[in-house]
Design a protein around this ligand. Structure first.
Ligand SMILES: Cc1cc2nc3c(=O)[nH]c(=O)nc-3n(C[C@H](O)[C@H](O)[C@H](O)COP(=O)(O)OP(=O)(O)OC[C@H]3O[C@@H](n4cnc5c(N)ncnc54)[C@H](O)[C@@H]3O)c2cc1C
Length: 446
């Protein structure tokens, strides 16, 4: 029997650092290595263990500064030359670890996962605004990646929301309808979402960090065994790695952490309402609507909805919609003193809000709290009265158009974001201000 000539294996080489090019980006190369062949030294530069390196080139691709390259021994270089002269017919050696590497939420090849998806959260057929805000951001991410932006909606008679999603920038919309999906239940929405995701394989999945969104996102990520970054304040694409950069406050808001989901898909992130701007609705914009059946029956779902009791908390006040906010902090000292802030707010057509301390003290209800665990606001005018400006407060109001801060401590951090800072006693300045506005006879102009 004729023996086939043995195939020459193409050398894969080893990764090495190019002196002076590392920018200490935060160990992306180390994170990308499937065989733990990279350690970081004291200067946060990679040290490659050549005995472990399998030449997969993942670290080279992951490096944002092109500071890593593949190198070949003289023998390997000679072999490569020989192969080149033979027409490079040799197969590259399969890197051993690549096939063992877990990749994808439920698929082994992450390259199969394509597109940006946004969950359209709805209640009784009305979409939550955060879904449109996420479509605005999703459009940017999809354009950066050169992929489609899709919306998906679950419910009963919610097709119109899929149509509406086109106006907010979606190219495609998936709707899954059933009486079983009329009201949110973790089990039914989880099954529907996982079914859609496994079938169409989006690389990015965004949800609003609302009560419903937080519940669903966690359940979906657990089921798909993928990563989820909750409460992101910023989302970007690393164009080189084609990966989602998910930024959120960490360690009590003292640092901003950028988190990557490198080896699983979809990359899941949730964003709180009003963090991202809502895009303009484009009348007449259309897209492709795909309707998917939902197989489960009512009897398949353990949780039953007996009654829906609508919460009244926060109904009377919506600080997100206010153009002017008069906000009070711990320095206001009592609930009674908030009456002065209310008087000022009434005079200038504003709404009273406050810091978490003001809420903790029981001076305002939670719906009026601004900040990381409260609301994110973007009014035209934000007047911060006796608020120090802790980072957890600033993340909720620093994008206000104009900020006036009144504080008796000239070093208070609130002055770092204020357009106008008044160093002084709030109990003198606010009554003075009220008096001056009254005397001026100024009227509120909408
Ligand atoms: C996980 C986490 C989440 C958080 N989420 C939030 C959040 O969503 N929102 C939030 O606000 N905080 C939040 N916090 C709390 C935050 O860290 C601060 O403790 C809080 O913002 C401080 O509130 P404050 O500015 O009212 O009080 P303080 O920090 O006590 O500041 C009071 C200020 O009033 C000034 N002052 C006192 N008397 C007067 C006067 N007569 N005239 C003028 N100025 C005066 C003082 O100089 C001082 O600067 C969070 C904290 C953590 C750990």
């Amino acid at each position: 029997m004729e023996q086939k000539p043995k195939k020459i294996k193409k050398p894969r080489g080893k990764a090495r650092l190019i002196e002076g090019k590392c920018i200490a980006c935060g160990a992306r190369c180390q994170m990308s290595c499937p065989v733990d062949a990279i350690e970081m030294n004291a200067k946060e530069e990679p040290v490659v263990d050549t005995a472990k390196c399998i030449g997969c080139t993942k670290c080279v691709k992951a490096c944002p500064a092109d500071a890593l390259e593949m190198f070949f021994t003289p023998e390997e270089q000679a072999l490569l030359k020989e192969l080149e002269s033979q027409g490079a017919a040799a197969e590259p050696d399969e890197p051993e670890a690549e096939s063992k590497q877990p990749a994808g939420g439920s698929e082994s090849n992450i390259a199969l996962w394509k597109g940006v998806w946004v969950f359209i959260e709805q209640f009784e057929g009305h979409a939550h605004d955060v879904s449109w805000e996420l479509l605005g951001k999703g459009r940017v991410l999809a354009d950066d990646l050169g992929v489609e932006l899709a919306a998906f909606v679950l419910g009963d008679n919610v097709r119109h929301l899929a149509q509406e999603a086109f106006g907010y920038g979606a190219d495609k919309a998936y709707s899954m309808e059933s009486p079983v999906l009329k009201h949110y239940r973790t089990e039914s929405y989880l099954r529907g979402t996982v079914e859609l995701v496994n079938k169409y394989k989006p690389e990015i999945l965004l949800m609003g960090a609302t009560g419903l969104g937080r519940d669903l996102a966690g359940a979906v990520a657990t089921d798909l065994k993928t990563g989820l970054t909750a409460d992101c304040t910023q989302l970007d694409i690393d164009k080189k790695m084609r990966i989602l950069e998910q930024t959120r406050p960490a360690f009590g808001g003292n640092i901003m952490a950028t988190i990557l989901t490198e080896t699983r898909r979809p990359q899941m992130a949730s964003v709180r309402p009003h963090v991202m701007p809502k895009p303009l609705f484009q009348q007449g914009r259309t897209g492709v609507l795909i309707e998917e059946p939902f197989a489960l029956q009512e009897d398949d779902i353990a949780a039953k909805i007996i009654e829906i009791i609508k919460s009244s908390e926060g109904k009377s006040v919506n600080i997100n919609a206010a153009k002017i906010l008069v906000s009070g902090g711990r320095g206001m000292l009592s609930k009674e003193n908030f009456a002065k802030l209310q008087e000022l707010a009434d005079l200038i057509g504003g709404v009273v809000s406050g810091s978490r301390c003001a809420f903790d003290e029981g001076w305002i209800e939670h719906a009026r709290q601004v900040g990381q665990t409260g609301k994110t606001v973007h009014p035209k005018l934000y007047i911060a009265c006796a608020i120090s400006g802790a980072i957890q407060h600033l993340v909720g109001m620093q994008d206000s158009e104009y900020i006036i801060a009144i504080n008796k401590d000239k070093n208070a951090p609130i002055f770092e974001v204020a357009h106008l800072g008044i160093v002084g006693d709030v109990f003198e300045i606010i009554p003075d201000l009220i008096e001056k506005i009254k005397q001026s006879g100024a009227k509120i102009v909408e």
